[in-house]
Each structure stands twice: as C-alpha cells, then as structure tokens.
Design a binder for this molecule. Structure first.
Ligand code: SDX
Length: 429
C-alpha cells in the first residue's frame, strides 16, 4: 500500500510529509521534519486542539461517537464487570490480570501502603483551611524526599516497585488530606480489606467506633474510580508526560499532574459543579437565569460540568454516572434536591440551541459530585477523588512515555515582541 503523504506549499515551495495511521484509523501528519525542511516554518495551535503529542496504546476516545476504551476494552464493560485494581493493572501493564497476578499485585501494594511517619509533620504544618488538592500535591512531591532513588525505567523490577509503592501510599495521602481538615487522627485502615474498601475505612473510620462498610458505597466508589482512571492526553496527563519527559521522577511528575487537575476547567470542575448547583438552589432554583448567564458572552459564568474538548456527543462516563447517581442515592435513602436541579439544568441545556449548536453535553464532572456527596465525601475532596481514580492512568502514560524513550517536551513559539533595540542608561530613561 503506497505511503500516504500530505502536501504543503509555502511561498511557492512544495513540501511533502508522511501521514501516519493508528489502529482506529485516525490519521496524523508527521511534521517531525517540518522546521528543518522549510527553513524554520513551524505550526501553531493554542490549546493543542488539533495537535497530537504522542502515539499511545493505552486509551482510545472517539468524541463524535462517545466511545471510551482502556486497552481496547469498552468503559461500559469495565465499569460493570471489573474492579478498580484490575483496571489499574490493565492500564499500566496492558492486559487484564489473572486472579493470581491480581492477588500478587494487591499483596505487593499492601506491603507498600505505609508512609514515613515524618509525613505527618508536613501535614501538621498545613492550616485546616488548606485545599486538599494543594495538600495532596505537596505530600506526593514530598514522597520523593522519602523515596529518593529515581526509577531506572529499563529495569522492570524497579519500575514495578515504584508503581506498587505509589499505588500503596497515595490512598493514605488522600485519606489523611481529608482527615486533617476534619481534625481526625490519621488512620491506616485495615490491610485485610480490599483496595477500595480500605480507602473508605481510612477516610471514614471514627476513632471510637467500628467502621461498617456499605457495599453500595464500595461499589459506587469502585465504579467512579474506574470511570476516572484514564482519558488519553488530557491536560493533567499531558502534564505528567511533559514533566516526565525531562526524566524527572514518577512522584514529581504525578505531583505536577495533581496541580494541573486542580483547575476548575479540568478536574476541579466536579467541585465547581456542586458549588454552582448549590448556588442555583440558594437562588431559588432558577435554572433559566443561570442558563442565560452561561450564554451571555459578557458574563464569565460557565455551566460547569458541561462541554468537553473531545466529546462532541455524550461523555459515556456521564451516562454511567448519572444512572449510578439515581441508584446510589435511592439505595442510601438520600433525597438530594441538587440531583433534581442537575437533571433540570441538563434537560434545558439539551433543548437549547446555544448548547446544541456547540455540542455541549454533560461531562464526567457533572454528576460525579452528587454521588460523592451522597457518600459523605466533602465537596473540597471531590477533585482529590478524581486524582485517586486518575492515578493508574497517569502511571501508565508516564511509563509508556519513558519506555518509548520519547524526547524531552519543548514546544516552539512565534515571537511577537519588540525587535532588537539598544540598551539605554537609567539616567536617559
Ligand atoms: C475534564 O480533556 C479531558 O479529557 C478532560 C477530562 C478527563 O477525564 O481528563 O474529561 C476531565 O476536565 C472534563 C471537563 C471539565 N470542565 C468543565 O466542566 C468546565 C466547563 N467546561 C468548559 O470550560 C469547556 O467546555 C472545556 C474546558 C471543558 C472545553 O473547552 P474548549 O474545548 O477549549 O472549548 P471552548 O472553551 O473553546 O468553548 C467552545 C464554545 C465557546 O463559545 P463560542 O466562543 O464558540 O461562542 O463553547 C462555549 C465557549 O464559550 N462553552 C461553554 C461551555 N463550554 C464551552 N459555554 C458555557 N458553558 C460551558 N460549560
């Protein structure tokens, strides 16, 4: 089959560039040699809306069809039939584990789930008002201080040990970030429990009583973590890959990803959605007023939890989470008027030409916070839960980038500043 090429003409000069094709028939113009062969011409694409940063075998999205697959498996199947640790193994190592592999993976993770007690001194230094995402990013970075050896990615054993280490310690940091704000003693839970069960135990166990696990809550959290586990080259994952491309360590790269996820346009949206819905409820539930604000260009208000860079159809995760929200709240006997406001807003938006024309649908963040709240998780912890779910995806993407020996990320620019000018003495200015 003849090689596909793209032809470009600049200032009368003609150039040809190879076109690459992925396993899902996506095609891309390979411009690796553009600058060199055109005497300095580059492309520019703010927000990288049309630019691929890498070839990856981890996650496939089709934004037009609302398809999401991890290593070829449909998100609907994984959310329904797998558990979070199984999906973490799949994303990182590329195959679903056998029961023996999964048992060893969990055993090795549990063996690494203690953090150095000096971490508590760092946590104690934070004011209770500190946002848990800032605490989590700091503590993740601090792990580097307690685990200084950088990972030799060419050693499978060293890579594996770093992976089980962070999968063991991260949930402790998540639980402690929450308990710190609540003034509760820091707890390690119970290592005889499952991975997600123990996360709940660490988060919610009160010092003076047994913590009773509710299977509805366990299943709901397991499903939410699966749905957040990876999403190809989103802002925070691209950040993890970018930082890792300088050969900074895995924990340092993850800390950078946590900070990127914190933004309200990205993972911080789940907290922003709940605050928005609360605001609408306190304002008498007038969704039409907020719809008008979202469409008013002079108003910075956006309908948080709506729209997506890739999905120009329903976000398949939102569909699953919306259904789960109904089931979990009903099973827990939670009557949350916020859910009705969310559904009303969604219905209005899906009938409004502003949103329909711009293909703005509910995304993963629109309903997730409603479930987290129903489970008793504080609003400020919602994005931390997103990070907990995204951790295996970040690890998988960092590992792929390093194993493929990708070059350091260093974009170019088009300079639009002053041309050369002579320095003037301060007395002459
Ligand atoms: C996540 O990338 C990923 O994969 C992310 C994620 C993951 O799993 O990692 O899926 C997780 O981050 C989901 C998105 C969470 N963010 C929000 O819910 C915040 C609200 N949504 C937006 O700000 C926005 O939709 C983005 C940031 C999600 C996407 O922005 P784009 O692709 O840069 O689109 P844009 O800002 O250029 O908007 C296109 C048009 C604009 O109007 P026009 O200039 O064409 O007239 O749509 C409008 C925007 O004003 N628009 C919205 C809107 N989102 C876009 N208008 C009102 N409310 C909104 N939410």
């Amino acid at each position: 089959m003849s090689e596909k090429i793209a032809k470009l003409e600049i200032n009368g000069e003609k150039y040809e560039f190879p076109v690459i094709e992925g396993t899902e028939n996506e095609i891309a113009i390979d411009i690796k040699n553009l600058r060199g062969s055109t005497n300095g011409v580059i492309t520019i694409d703010p927000g990288y809306k049309n630019t691929g940063s890498c070839e990856s075998a981890i996650t496939f999205l089709d934004g037009e069809k609302g398809i999401l697959r991890y290593r070829g498996y449909a998100i609907e199947d994984l959310a329904e039939k797998a558990d979070f640790l199984e999906v973490a193994y799949l994303l990182i190592f590329g195959e679903l584990p056998t029961s023996k592999q999964l048992a060893k993976f969990h055993k090795d993770i549990k063996a690494q789930s203690i953090v150095d007690d000096d971490i508590k001194k760092i946590i104690d230094a934070f004011p209770k008002t500190a946002h848990p995402m800032g605490v989590l990013a700091s503590l993740t970075s601090a792990l580097t201080a307690f685990n200084p050896s950088s990972v030799n990615v060419d050693s499978e054993e060293e890579m594996y040990n770093a992976i089980v280490k962070i999968l063991g310690k991260f949930p402790v940091l998540v639980a402690w970030a929450m308990r710190k704000k609540q003034g509760l003693p820091l707890d390690y839970g119970n290592s005889s429990l499952g991975y997600v069960e123990n996360i709940l135990q660490m988060m919610f166990k009160k010092p003076h009583e047994e913590y009773k696990l509710n299977p509805i809550v366990v299943n709901a959290l397991d499903k939410l973590l699966i749905l957040h586990a990876d999403h190809e080259q989103n802002c925070s994952t691209s950040t993890v890959r970018m930082v890792g491309s300088s050969h900074a360590g895995l924990f340092a790269s993850l800390a950078a990803g946590i900070s990127a996820l914190w933004g309200p346009l990205h993972g911080g949206a789940n907290q922003a959605v709940l605050e928005m819905l609360e605001g609408i409820r306190e304002d008498g539930g007038d969704t039409k007023k907020y719809m008008a604000k979202a469409k008013d260009k002079s108003d910075s208000f956006r309908l948080m939890g709506f729209g997506h860079r890739v999905y120009k159809n329903f976000d398949p995760r939102a569909t699953i989470i919306k259904k789960a929200a109904d089931e979990v709240l009903a099973d827990l006997g939670v009557e949350d008027p916020i859910l009705d406001i969310a559904k009303g807003l969604e219905k209005e938006a899906l009938e409004d030409s502003y949103f329909v024309d711009r293909k703005l649908y509910p995304n993963v963040d629109f309903y997730s916070g409603i479930i987290y709240r129903g489970m008793g998780i504080p609003t400020e912890m919602f994005t931390v839960m997103f990070a907990l779910g995204r951790l295996p995806g970040w690890i998988a993407q960092w590992r792929e980038m390093r194993l493929r020996k990708e070059p350091i990320g260093r974009p170019r620019q088009v300079y639009i500043g002053e041309n050369h000018r002579e320095f003037s003495k301060i007395s002459d200015r």
